[in-house]
Design a protein around this ligand. Structure first.
Ligand SMILES: C[S@@+](CC[C@H](N)C(=O)[O-])C[C@H]1O[C@@H](n2cnc3c(N)ncnc32)[C@H](O)[C@@H]1O
Length: 222
Protein backbone atom coordinates (compact mmCIF):
# COMPACT_ATOMS: atom_id res chain seq x y z
CA UNK A 1 0.00 0.00 0.00
CA UNK A 2 2.74 2.48 0.98
CA UNK A 3 4.82 1.35 -1.97
CA UNK A 4 1.88 1.90 -4.34
CA UNK A 5 1.32 5.35 -2.81
CA UNK A 6 4.88 6.38 -3.67
CA UNK A 7 4.94 4.67 -7.06
CA UNK A 8 1.78 6.58 -8.01
CA UNK A 9 3.39 9.92 -7.07
CA UNK A 10 6.80 9.36 -8.66
CA UNK A 11 6.06 11.38 -11.81
CA UNK A 12 5.07 14.52 -9.89
CA UNK A 13 7.17 14.06 -6.75
CA UNK A 14 9.79 16.71 -7.46
CA UNK A 15 7.24 19.34 -8.50
CA UNK A 16 4.65 18.78 -5.81
CA UNK A 17 6.05 17.14 -2.69
CA UNK A 18 9.82 17.16 -2.21
CA UNK A 19 11.69 19.85 -0.30
CA UNK A 20 12.32 22.82 -2.62
CA UNK A 21 14.52 24.82 -0.29
CA UNK A 22 18.05 23.97 -1.45
CA UNK A 23 19.58 25.91 1.42
CA UNK A 24 17.78 23.70 3.94
CA UNK A 25 18.99 20.57 2.16
CA UNK A 26 22.53 21.90 1.97
CA UNK A 27 22.52 22.75 5.69
CA UNK A 28 21.15 19.32 6.54
CA UNK A 29 23.82 17.55 4.47
CA UNK A 30 26.42 19.68 6.23
CA UNK A 31 25.27 18.35 9.60
CA UNK A 32 25.96 14.76 8.58
CA UNK A 33 29.27 13.63 9.86
CA UNK A 34 30.32 12.02 6.58
CA UNK A 35 33.88 11.81 5.39
CA UNK A 36 35.01 12.74 1.89
CA UNK A 37 35.58 9.63 -0.20
CA UNK A 38 33.37 7.38 1.96
CA UNK A 39 30.53 5.01 1.02
CA UNK A 40 26.98 6.01 1.90
CA UNK A 41 23.57 4.36 1.71
CA UNK A 42 20.64 6.75 1.11
CA UNK A 43 17.60 4.78 2.35
CA UNK A 44 14.27 5.87 0.90
CA UNK A 45 16.12 7.89 -1.70
CA UNK A 46 12.94 8.28 -3.77
CA UNK A 47 13.73 10.39 -6.82
CA UNK A 48 17.18 11.15 -5.41
CA UNK A 49 16.36 14.65 -4.19
CA UNK A 50 19.07 14.59 -1.49
CA UNK A 51 21.78 12.98 -3.65
CA UNK A 52 23.41 16.16 -5.07
CA UNK A 53 23.78 17.54 -1.54
CA UNK A 54 25.29 14.28 -0.30
CA UNK A 55 27.66 14.24 -3.26
CA UNK A 56 28.95 17.67 -2.30
CA UNK A 57 29.95 16.31 1.11
CA UNK A 58 31.41 13.06 -0.22
CA UNK A 59 33.47 14.62 -3.00
CA UNK A 60 34.66 12.95 -6.17
CA UNK A 61 35.93 9.77 -4.46
CA UNK A 62 32.68 9.12 -2.60
CA UNK A 63 30.13 6.44 -3.40
CA UNK A 64 26.33 6.57 -2.96
CA UNK A 65 23.82 3.75 -3.17
CA UNK A 66 20.24 5.02 -3.25
CA UNK A 67 17.83 2.39 -1.93
CA UNK A 68 14.06 2.46 -2.28
CA UNK A 69 11.32 -0.15 -2.55
CA UNK A 70 9.27 1.97 -4.99
CA UNK A 71 10.56 1.16 -8.48
CA UNK A 72 8.84 4.17 -10.08
CA UNK A 73 10.57 6.59 -7.71
CA UNK A 74 13.90 4.98 -8.63
CA UNK A 75 13.07 5.20 -12.32
CA UNK A 76 12.80 8.99 -11.98
CA UNK A 77 16.03 9.07 -9.95
CA UNK A 78 17.91 7.05 -12.60
CA UNK A 79 16.67 9.34 -15.37
CA UNK A 80 18.40 12.27 -13.66
CA UNK A 81 21.72 10.71 -14.72
CA UNK A 82 23.74 11.66 -11.65
CA UNK A 83 27.43 11.94 -12.36
CA UNK A 84 29.98 10.17 -10.19
CA UNK A 85 29.68 6.89 -8.34
CA UNK A 86 25.91 6.62 -7.79
CA UNK A 87 23.91 3.39 -8.01
CA UNK A 88 20.38 2.42 -7.09
CA UNK A 89 18.92 -0.62 -5.39
CA UNK A 90 15.24 -1.52 -5.41
CA UNK A 91 14.69 -3.22 -2.04
CA UNK A 92 12.96 -2.98 1.31
CA UNK A 93 15.01 -1.46 4.12
CA UNK A 94 14.16 -4.52 6.23
CA UNK A 95 16.04 -6.76 3.77
CA UNK A 96 18.99 -4.98 2.15
CA UNK A 97 20.75 -7.15 -0.45
CA UNK A 98 24.34 -6.22 0.44
CA UNK A 99 27.01 -7.74 2.64
CA UNK A 100 27.55 -6.94 6.31
CA UNK A 101 29.60 -3.84 7.06
CA UNK A 102 29.40 -2.34 3.57
CA UNK A 103 28.68 1.31 4.42
CA UNK A 104 30.50 4.06 6.31
CA UNK A 105 27.20 5.85 6.87
CA UNK A 106 23.48 5.53 6.23
CA UNK A 107 21.07 8.41 5.73
CA UNK A 108 17.29 8.23 5.97
CA UNK A 109 16.23 11.64 4.72
CA UNK A 110 12.48 12.15 4.97
CA UNK A 111 11.81 8.42 4.79
CA UNK A 112 12.01 6.86 8.26
CA UNK A 113 8.36 7.41 9.32
CA UNK A 114 7.25 5.20 6.44
CA UNK A 115 9.23 2.11 7.49
CA UNK A 116 6.51 -0.21 8.74
CA UNK A 117 8.74 -2.33 10.99
CA UNK A 118 11.10 0.23 12.49
CA UNK A 119 13.00 -2.20 14.70
CA UNK A 120 13.64 -4.55 11.75
CA UNK A 121 14.83 -1.54 9.72
CA UNK A 122 17.28 -0.49 12.45
CA UNK A 123 18.63 -4.03 12.85
CA UNK A 124 19.15 -4.38 9.10
CA UNK A 125 20.75 -0.95 8.72
CA UNK A 126 23.08 -1.77 11.60
CA UNK A 127 24.07 -4.99 9.85
CA UNK A 128 25.16 -3.19 6.68
CA UNK A 129 27.06 -0.45 8.53
CA UNK A 130 30.74 -0.98 9.27
CA UNK A 131 31.94 -0.94 12.88
CA UNK A 132 31.91 2.70 13.97
CA UNK A 133 29.62 3.64 11.07
CA UNK A 134 26.86 6.20 11.57
CA UNK A 135 23.14 6.20 10.97
CA UNK A 136 21.35 9.53 10.38
CA UNK A 137 17.60 10.08 10.38
CA UNK A 138 16.72 13.56 9.29
CA UNK A 139 13.94 15.88 8.18
CA UNK A 140 13.87 19.55 7.26
CA UNK A 141 10.94 20.18 9.65
CA UNK A 142 10.15 19.26 13.24
CA UNK A 143 8.76 15.89 14.30
CA UNK A 144 5.52 17.62 15.23
CA UNK A 145 5.18 19.15 11.76
CA UNK A 146 6.01 15.95 9.86
CA UNK A 147 3.64 13.83 11.95
CA UNK A 148 0.89 16.43 11.48
CA UNK A 149 1.21 16.30 7.69
CA UNK A 150 1.11 12.51 7.64
CA UNK A 151 -1.87 12.33 9.98
CA UNK A 152 -3.95 14.27 7.43
CA UNK A 153 -3.24 11.74 4.63
CA UNK A 154 -5.17 8.47 5.17
CA UNK A 155 -2.63 6.13 3.52
CA UNK A 156 0.29 7.39 5.61
CA UNK A 157 -1.60 8.56 8.72
CA UNK A 158 0.15 6.00 10.93
CA UNK A 159 3.61 6.76 9.52
CA UNK A 160 5.04 8.88 12.27
CA UNK A 161 8.37 9.71 13.83
CA UNK A 162 8.09 8.03 17.23
CA UNK A 163 8.47 9.96 20.46
CA UNK A 164 11.97 10.38 21.76
CA UNK A 165 11.75 7.57 24.34
CA UNK A 166 10.57 5.12 21.71
CA UNK A 167 13.32 6.14 19.29
CA UNK A 168 15.90 5.61 22.02
CA UNK A 169 14.43 2.25 22.94
CA UNK A 170 14.33 0.97 19.35
CA UNK A 171 17.84 2.16 18.50
CA UNK A 172 19.27 0.66 21.68
CA UNK A 173 17.45 -2.61 21.05
CA UNK A 174 18.98 -2.78 17.58
CA UNK A 175 22.40 -2.27 19.16
CA UNK A 176 23.18 1.37 18.34
CA UNK A 177 25.10 3.62 20.71
CA UNK A 178 25.99 7.32 20.95
CA UNK A 179 22.43 8.28 20.12
CA UNK A 180 21.63 11.95 19.75
CA UNK A 181 18.25 13.44 18.92
CA UNK A 182 17.59 17.07 18.15
CA UNK A 183 14.10 18.22 17.32
CA UNK A 184 13.28 21.87 16.73
CA UNK A 185 11.26 24.19 14.50
CA UNK A 186 13.70 23.87 11.59
CA UNK A 187 14.55 20.19 11.56
CA UNK A 188 14.54 16.75 13.11
CA UNK A 189 17.94 15.12 13.39
CA UNK A 190 18.88 11.81 14.96
CA UNK A 191 22.28 10.14 14.77
CA UNK A 192 23.53 6.84 16.16
CA UNK A 193 26.66 4.74 15.89
CA UNK A 194 27.19 1.06 15.21
CA UNK A 195 29.66 0.12 17.95
CA UNK A 196 32.66 -2.09 17.31
CA UNK A 197 31.44 -5.69 17.14
CA UNK A 198 33.46 -6.84 20.15
CA UNK A 199 32.22 -4.00 22.30
CA UNK A 200 28.62 -4.80 21.35
CA UNK A 201 28.91 -8.52 22.09
CA UNK A 202 30.10 -7.66 25.58
CA UNK A 203 27.08 -5.47 26.28
CA UNK A 204 24.42 -8.12 25.68
CA UNK A 205 20.94 -7.46 27.00
CA UNK A 206 22.05 -5.39 29.96
CA UNK A 207 22.36 -2.75 27.31
CA UNK A 208 18.62 -2.19 27.30
CA UNK A 209 18.21 -1.98 31.04
CA UNK A 210 19.55 1.48 31.56
CA UNK A 211 18.84 2.91 28.17
CA UNK A 212 18.37 6.52 29.21
CA UNK A 213 21.74 6.88 30.85
CA UNK A 214 23.49 6.18 27.57
CA UNK A 215 22.21 9.11 25.59
CA UNK A 216 22.69 12.74 25.08
CA UNK A 217 19.39 14.18 23.98
CA UNK A 218 18.57 17.73 23.16
CA UNK A 219 15.17 19.03 22.32
CA UNK A 220 14.03 22.49 21.31
CA UNK A 221 10.54 23.97 20.98
CA UNK A 222 8.32 22.92 18.09
C1 LIG B 1 8.61 10.73 1.64
S1 LIG B 1 9.51 9.84 0.44
C2 LIG B 1 11.08 10.68 0.50
C3 LIG B 1 11.90 10.48 -0.74
C4 LIG B 1 13.18 11.34 -0.76
N1 LIG B 1 14.07 10.98 0.34
C5 LIG B 1 12.82 12.80 -0.73
O1 LIG B 1 13.04 13.45 0.30
O2 LIG B 1 12.28 13.31 -1.72
C6 LIG B 1 9.85 8.31 1.30
C7 LIG B 1 10.52 7.27 0.42
O3 LIG B 1 10.82 6.13 1.25
C8 LIG B 1 10.54 4.97 0.50
N2 LIG B 1 10.25 3.87 1.44
C9 LIG B 1 9.24 3.81 2.35
N3 LIG B 1 9.29 2.66 3.01
C10 LIG B 1 10.37 1.98 2.53
C11 LIG B 1 10.93 0.72 2.83
N4 LIG B 1 10.37 -0.09 3.76
N5 LIG B 1 12.03 0.32 2.16
C12 LIG B 1 12.59 1.14 1.21
N6 LIG B 1 12.09 2.34 0.88
C13 LIG B 1 10.99 2.76 1.53
C14 LIG B 1 9.34 5.33 -0.34
O4 LIG B 1 9.16 4.49 -1.45
C15 LIG B 1 9.64 6.78 -0.72
O5 LIG B 1 10.34 6.87 -1.94
Amino acid sequence: MIRTYFNDRAGVWDETVSEKNGTKLELMAGRLNIAAGSTLLDVGTGTGVFIPFLQERLGAGGRIIGLDFAGEMLRVARRKGFEGDVDFLCADVACIPVEDGTFDSIVCYSSFPHFQDKLAAFIEMKRVLRDGGRLFICHTSSRHHINGIHQRIPVVCDDIIPEEDEMLRLLARAGFTDIEIEDNRESYFCSAVRPDSEQFEGLGFEFEADVKSLYRVSQGAH
